[in-house]
Design a protein around this ligand. Sequence first.
Ligand SMILES: *[C@@H]1O[C@H](CO)[C@@H](O)[C@H](O)[C@H]1NC(C)=O
Ligand SMILES: *[C@@H]1O[C@H](CO)[C@@H](O)[C@H](O)[C@H]1NC(C)=O
Ligand SMILES: *[C@@H]1O[C@H](CO)[C@@H](O)[C@H](O)[C@H]1NC(C)=O
Ligand SMILES: *[C@@H]1O[C@H](CO)[C@@H](O)[C@H](O)[C@H]1NC(C)=O
Ligand SMILES: *[C@@H]1O[C@H](CO)[C@@H](O)[C@H](O)[C@H]1NC(C)=O
Length: 421
Amino acid sequence: MLAWLRRLLQGPASACLLLLLLALPLVAPTCPMLCTCYLSPPTVSCQANNFSAVPLVLPPHTQRLFLQNNLIRSLRPGTFGSSLLTLWLFSNNLSTIYPGTFRHLQALEELDLGDNRHLRSLDPDTFQGLERLQSLHLYRCQLSSLPSNIFRGLVSLQYLYLQENQLLHLQDDLFADLANLSHLFLHGNRLRLLTEHVFRGLAGLDRLLLHGNRLQGVHRAAFRGLARLTILYLFNNSLASLPGEALADLPSLEFLRLNDNPWACDCRARPLWAWFQRARVSSSDVTCATPPERQGRDLRALRESDFEACPPAAPTRPGGRARGNSSSNHLYGVGEAGGAPPVDPSTLYRDLPAEDPRGPQGGDAPTEEDYWGGYGGEDRRRGEVCPGPACPTSLDSGGPSQYHGLPGPLFCLLLLVPYGP
Ligand SMILES: *[C@@H]1O[C@H](CO)[C@@H](O)[C@H](O)[C@H]1NC(C)=O
Ligand SMILES: *[C@@H]1O[C@H](CO)[C@@H](O)[C@H](O)[C@H]1NC(C)=O
Ligand SMILES: *[C@@H]1O[C@H](CO)[C@@H](O)[C@H](O)[C@H]1NC(C)=O
Ligand SMILES: *[C@@H]1O[C@H](CO)[C@@H](O)[C@H](O)[C@H]1NC(C)=O
Ligand SMILES: *[C@@H]1O[C@H](CO)[C@@H](O)[C@H](O)[C@H]1NC(C)=O
């Protein structure tokens, strides 16, 4: 080896080689002004510099780029290199992400765009092609809607943070490709309704946070297929009732929070009450708001005799669903909070339009039964009623934090020796 090197250095190429060796440090990628760079893995850290744009020249082969806590306003195609694995852009002032900005980032695993208070909309193609993306952070922006295809093809996604936006509605099949998703955070939005297929495809989902919305109705099949869900938060919404069948579709459920909703403990409570008689979950309180004589009681502690005056529970036909009359054949109107509701369900909705406000949907239009009634099926859980000695304990009051999914070792990478100016 040494002999080989000596021979090489004595040859005519030696001067050239020496020059090359000397020049190497100069050729090494320069670190942008005010940034700190690390060699292994190639990392550029430019956080908290009041940058109004992404630095023009970034070292090629950068794998981690930290640009959080600046004042960056827009992102354009051609800015980022295809070696990026981690891109942090949270707490900037992003309002525009031009189509194609992330298109060539096929290796990207984590993208944090959270806390950009002027980000109101996203192009449908924004995340196209990010097949390796595992975490997508879009919390605390100003998103009021999402394009239907926005999450198409994100087959590796495990963590999707959409909390604290202004989302009003989620389309059916919005998450259809996200079979590997584990965490879906949707709390602190303005959602009113969970429709039949809104969560379709989320076979691996572990926790679903929906608290702090304006939910009034949950379709009886809204949670179907969420076979691995263990945590469901629905507290602080406007739910007066919930179809027991929706919860019976969750065989792995362990922690359920339903507090701070205006629960109606009249006949509408029966499906949920019946589910609780068999359920083995750790649950929050479910305090009745109405009728006045039951106010303050816990829905779970009602008795069979409390439902004596109710019409018999509609049996659930396998593969079918109980039909309502056309006069009440509409989507909305579940959970009109306040006041004692009339006992006859057909009069509950008299102030509401007869037709589904989204237009005719043929014979399959959901009925009010789909949102709160019709419980009669067997749920899959039997045996012990919680609370009891074998029941799981409650979650700590803080609940999961938005960084739950962040791998700890990421932070260790920042401790490597810096180079650059
Ligand atoms: C960023 O701007 C704020 C407000 O003008 C200022 O207080 C802060 O020192 C600036 N930070 C840097 C790193 O320049
Ligand atoms: C942030 O962006 C908004 C709109 O794009 C703009 O009006 C505002 O001045 C920006 N704030 C700062 C501190 O640059
Ligand atoms: C998604 O999860 C499945 C099953 O756990 C696994 O086989 C597959 O490789 C995962 N896909 C990606 C892209 O991570
Ligand atoms: C309930 O949710 C609303 C948003 O819908 C939020 O503003 C409010 O602070 C929440 N209340 C509590 C007690 O968490
Ligand atoms: C609902 O439909 C049933 C059977 O079709 C009918 O007998 C009943 O009168 C209807 N009720 C109302 C309120 O329209």
